[in-house]
Design a protein around this ligand. Structure first.
Ligand SMILES: *Cc1c(COP(=O)(O)O)cnc(C)c1O
Length: 363
């Protein structure tokens, strides 16, 4: 079976370094808000070309605490895409604000910037673009709208660490950039983890307060916060892995290039790479009208695939109260029926890629 991703293969390739890093933390006796987190925050800020980075417990919390730090709450609206993981909209809803969906561009699967402006109301406070599958959203267009209406941008970079738009890293465009270190992400830890990056010292400070019970000085609390920290074991693991991230992302690009060549004449549509972007291929997602049939055939041939995402957020039961119906966002609904993500990870071999491609070409 060719899996969708292979975390064991990656671990094997850096086992000694990881084991040593974990051992070191265990021996140090310092597990929360220690030197590894501080160092990782500096390294991620440098990597993202931002002034500050604040480690939190997950990508979802990175989004949630970012929104709170931007004073978004009940009565506010935040514009985002319905074709994403639930956490994007969930974080908005958890603040008491309402997610306002805008359909996607069918080529990139990212929010269609041309449809954003018509959704802006006096309640709109922010735009939350997602760099889906590892490809940056249309940041110039989004930033132009944001300037015109004095809104915040909060970037969901959970799938896109290392991606660039016009040579600038994702996460450095918005008021904050939000990263996830969930194990399957391009930079994954061995548990949950996340990070907020920003150039705004007040936002950084506020996220730091929020992640630790609204407290700067222990046992003195200035605001209502959370327990949302990135622990030392995960930080130490991430520091080892960060050194390899660019190499792994380059390998993903090579895998994508080989897929592209081998699938040239297949009935499926291969990913569209929009201009002036560095795509880090968190997922390699093709489109085909006979998606379910193809998925079944590949399963029989021993190739794992996945559907990201089978039901757009506006049609999820949890969002019934928002009143959207089938047809509200036709491109997202169509993408949910046609998208199929193929195995994608740095250790995927040419032989495996060839096998997958030939199975697809035979359909
Ligand atoms: C993974 C992911 C998240 C959430 O990250 P967690 O660390 O799992 O909380 C948010 N948005 C997108 C687009 C994701 O892929």
């Amino acid at each position: 079976m060719i899996p969708l991703l292979d975390l064991q293969a990656q671990y094997e390739s850096i086992k000694d370094e990881i084991d040593n890093a974990v051992q070191e933390v265990l021996k140090s006796g310092q597990f929360i808000l220690g030197p590894h987190l501080k160092a990782l925050e500096e390294e991620i800020a440098a990597y993202c070309d931002t002034e500050y980075a604040v480690g939190v417990a997950s990508g979802t919390d990175a989004l949630h605490l970012s929104l709170l730090a931007c004073s978004i709450g009940p009565g506010d609206e935040v514009i985002t895409t319905p074709f994403t993981f639930i956490a994007t909209a969930e974080a908005i809803s958890q603040t008491g604000a309402i997610p306002i969906f805008v359909d996607v561009n069918p080529k990139t699967f990212n929010i269609d910037a041309n449809q954003i402006e018509e959704k802006i109301t006096p309640k709109t406070k922010a735009i939350l673009p997602v760099h889906l599958y590892g490809q940056p959203a249309d940041m110039d267009e989004i930033l132009a709208i944001v300037r015109k209406y004095s809104l915040n941008v909060i970037e969901d970079c959970a799938q896109a660490i290392g991606a660039e738009y016009k040579g600038k890293p994702v996460g450095s465009f918005g008021e904050t950039g939000c990263f996830s270190f969930f194990p399957s992400k391009n930079l994954g830890c061995y548990g949950d983890g996340g990070m907020v990056v920003t150039n705004n010292p007040e936002i950084a400070e506020k996220v730091r307060l929020l992640r630790t019970h609204g407290s700067k000085q222990k046992y003195y609390h200035s605001l209502l916060g959370f327990n949302s920290r990135l622990d030392e074991i995960q930080a130490a693991i991430l520091r080892v892995k960060l050194k390899y991230l660019d190499e792994w992302n380059e390998r993903r690009q090579k895998v994508a290039a080989l897929y592209e060549t081998l699938l040239k004449n297949s009935p499926a549509t291969t990913p569209y790479l929009a201009p002036e972007r560095k795509h880090v291929y968190h997922q390699y997602t093709i489109r085909t009208v006979k998606r379910d049939e193809l998925q079944e055939k590949l399963r029989e041939a021993g190739v794992a695939t996945a559907i990201y995402y089978p039901l757009p957020l506006h049609l999820q039961e949890v969002y019934n109260p928002l009143g959207y119906t089938e047809g509200s966002f036709p491109e997202s609904e169509c993408a949910a029926k046609e998208a199929l993500s193929l195995p994608m990870y740095p250790e995927l071999t040419e032989e495996q890629i060839s096998k997958i491609a030939s199975e697809i070409n035979r359909t």
